[in-house]
Ligand binder design. Structure first.
Ligand SMILES: Nc1ncnc2c1ncn2[C@@H]1O[C@H](COP(=O)(O)OP(=O)(O)OP(=O)(O)O)[C@@H](O)[C@H]1O
Ligand SMILES: [Mg+2]
Length: 465
C-alpha cells in the first residue's frame, strides 16, 4: 500500500484517480491548487505525486522541485492535458518519474505506479542496507564482484528467498554463507541441503525427520534438516537438481514453513529463511517441465548471478596473492614472491572451473615449489603450460570455416556504433510512419512518451520528425 497525492484542478479526473487508487488498496488524497498541494505534500509522507501542469495558480512544472523536496522525497508523475516536447523535457530534467498525457492517465495508471513503487521500494532497501558488510573471505574488487557484494548486503537485510546462479566454482556457497552471516539470523544455523545428493529413499526423513517407530530401524525421534534450520538459513545447494517428486512437497513447506516428520501425525513449524544456488539454467528446466514454475518463483524473490572469473580478470591477481599467502601460512612456509610471467599466465587463461580451479592450481604450485622463494610460470602445472603454449602457437585455420565474400570479410562496425545508428534509423522511420503523431508512435513502438522523447532528443530528431 502506498500514499499517493493528486494535484489537479479537474475535479472529475481527481475523483476517478482517487477512487481507482483506493480500490487498489492505496491511500489517496488530492488538492485543486498548487499552493494547497505543496502544503499538504510537505506535511505528509507521500510516495507518489500526480501533478497537473496547467493549474489555476501557475504551471505545475515550476513547482516540481518543491514537491520533490518534501521530506518523504516523493516521485512525481506529470499529467498534462496537452503533450508538448518542451514540457516533457523540463519535467524529465527536473527529476519527474514520467510524463503522461491525460487521456492515457487512467489506462496507464497502474503500469506507472507498479514501476515507480518497485523503484521506491528498492531505493529504500538500498538506503537501509548495511554499509559495512562482513565479507570475510570473499576476495576481489572488480566492478562485477563489487556489485554482487551489494546484492549480498541487500539480501542480508531482507527476509526474502534468494536464488544465486553462476557457473561452477564462482563462489555461490561462499556468497550464500555471507548472506546468512550478515543477516539477523547469523546466530542460528546455516543448514545445507545438497539437492543433487539427496538419497531417493531417504529424502523425506532427511528433510523432515522422523519419529520413533516410523520405520524399521527408527529407534528414536530424529530431527530433519528443516527443523535444524529453525531461526537460521536453509541453503538449498544445486536446487535445480531437486527431484521432481519432492518439488511439490517442498513448495508447500516454503509457503507455510510447516512440515510433518515421517510417521508423525502432527505438523511442525520451522522458521527458516531460504537461500538457493544452482549452476544450471532453471528457467530452461521450467520450459522442459523438469522444474516447477511456482517453486522457482518462490525461490527467486531475490536473485543475482555470480560472474565467471574470466569476466573479472582484475580479481585474479588479488585472489592469487590471497590464496598463496593462506597456503604458505598453513604449511609454515615463507610467503613466496610472484614473478610477472606467473601472473600473466594466470590472467590469459579462461578458468572454466573459476575460483575453485584457480585455488586447486595454486595448491599444486605450492606443493611442487616448497623450496622456491619466487614463483615463475615454469612452476605452473605442466598440463596448464602445455595448453597455454599450444594456444600461443596456434595460427588461425587457413582453409576451414565458411567461405566469405569480399563484402562480408570487411570488419563490421563496433557494436555500440551499429546499435546507435540502427536506433536512430528506427526512431526516424517510426516518426515518419506516425506522421509526427506521438500517440500513434507510442502505440506502434510500445515506447512510453518519456522514452520516445528521450530517444528523439538523443538522436537530434526533435526538430526533423
Ligand atoms: N571471491 C572469492 N574469494 C575467495 N574465495 C573464493 C571466492 N569465490 C570462490 N571462492 C572459493 O572457491 C571455492 C569454490 O567456491 P564455492 O564452493 O562457493 O563455489 P560454487 O559456486 O558453490 O561452486 P559449485 O557450483 O561447483 O558448487 C571455495 O573454496 C571458495 O571459498
Ligand atoms: Mg556449490
Amino acid at each position: 500500500m502506498a500514499e499517493i497525492f493528486v494535484v489537479d484542478d479537474d475535479v472529475m479526473l481527481q475523483e476517478m484517480l482517487v477512487s481507482q487508487l483506493q480500490r487498489s488498496g492505496h491511500q489517496a488524497s488530492c488538492a485543486s491548487t498548487l499552493a494547497e498541494g505543496v502544503k499538504q505534500v510537505a506535511a505528509g509522507e507521500y510516495d507518489v505525486v500526480f501533478l497537473d501542469v496547467q493549474m489555476p495558480d501557475g504551471n505545475g512544472l515550476e513547482y516540481l522541485p518543491e514537491f520533490k523536496a518534501a521530506s518523504s522525497s516523493p516521485e512525481v508523475i506529470i499529467i498534462t492535458g496537452k503533450g508538448d516536447d518542451d514540457g516533457a523535457k523540463k519535467a524529465i530534467l527536473n527529476g519527474a518519474w514520467a510524463y503522461v498525457e491525460k487521456p492515457d492517465v487512467i489506462q496507464e495508471l497502474f503500469l506507472h505506479l507498479t514501476r515507480v513503487l518497485q523503484y521506491r521500494e528498492e531505493k529504500k532497501m538500498h538506503n537501509k542496507a548495511p554499509l559495512v558488510l562482513k565479507r570475510d573471505s570473499i576476495i576481489g574488487s572488480s566492478p562485477l564482484l563489487t556489485q554482487c557484494l551489494k546484492e549480498v548486503a541487500l539480501a542480508a537485510f531482507s527476509e526474502a528467498s534468494v536464488l544465486i546462479t553462476g557457473e561452477t566454482g564462482t563462489g555461490k556457497e561462499l556468497f550464500a554463507r555471507a548472506i546468512h552471516e550478515n543477516s539477523k539470523r547469523a546466530d542460528h544455523h546455516f543448514i545445507t541441503v545438497d539437492c543433487a545428493a539427496l538419497p531417493d529413499n531417504l529424502i523425506e526423513s532427511t528433510l523432515f525427520g522422523y519419529v520413533k517407530g516410523a520405520f524399521t530401524g527408527a529407534e528414536s525421534n530424529r530431527e530433519g534438516l528443516i527443523r535444524l534450520a529453525d531461526g537460521g538459513t536453509l541453503f538449498l545447494d544445486e536446487v535445480g537438481e531437486l527431484p521432481v517428486n519432492i518439488q511439490k512437497r517442498f513448495l508447500r513447506v516454503l509457503q507455510e514453513r510447516a512440515y510433518r516428520p515421517v510417521g508423525s501425525a502432527r505438523e511442525e513449524v520451522s522458521n527458516f529463511r531460504v537461500v538457493a544456488a544452482t549452476n544450471i539454467d532453471v528457467d530452461h528446466s521450467v520450459d522442459q517441465g523438469t522444474f516447477r514454475k511456482d517453486l522457482l518463483y518462490r525461490l527467486k524473490a531475490f536473485s543475482f548471478s555470480l560472474p565467471p572469473l574470466r569476466k573479472r580478470k582484475k580479481d585474479i591477481k588479488t585472489l592469487t596473492r590471497y590464496f598463496l599467502a593462506r597456503m604458505c601460512d598453513r604449511s609454515n612456509l615463507d610467503c613466496k614472491g610472484i614473478a610477472p610471467d606467473f601472473i600473466e599466465h594466470l590472467i590469459t587463461y579462461d578458468w572454466p572451473g573459476n575460483v575453485r580451479e584457480l585455488q586447486h592450481t595454486l595448491e599444486q604450485v605450492v606443493a611442487g615449489a616448497v623450496q622456491t622463494p619466487t614463483l615463475f610460470a615454469y612452476h605452473l602445472p605442466e598440463h596448464f603450460r602445455v595448453r597455454q603454449a599450444q594456444a600461443a602457437i596456434q595460427s588461425p585455420p587457413s582453409n576451414t570455416g565458411p567461405v566469405v565474400s569480399a563484402a562480408e570479410s570487411l570488419a563490421p562496425p563496433a557494436w555500440q556504433d551499429y546499435k546507435k545508428e540502427s536506433e536512430k534509423k528506427y526512431i526516424y522511420n517510426l516518426m515518419r510512419y506516425a506522421k509526427g503523431n506521438i500517440t500513434i508512435a507510442c502505440q506502434v513502438s510500445r515506447l512510453s512518451r518519456t522514452r520516445l522523447y528521450q530517444l528523439r532528443e538523443k538522436h537530434d530528431l526533435l526538430a526533423s520528425t
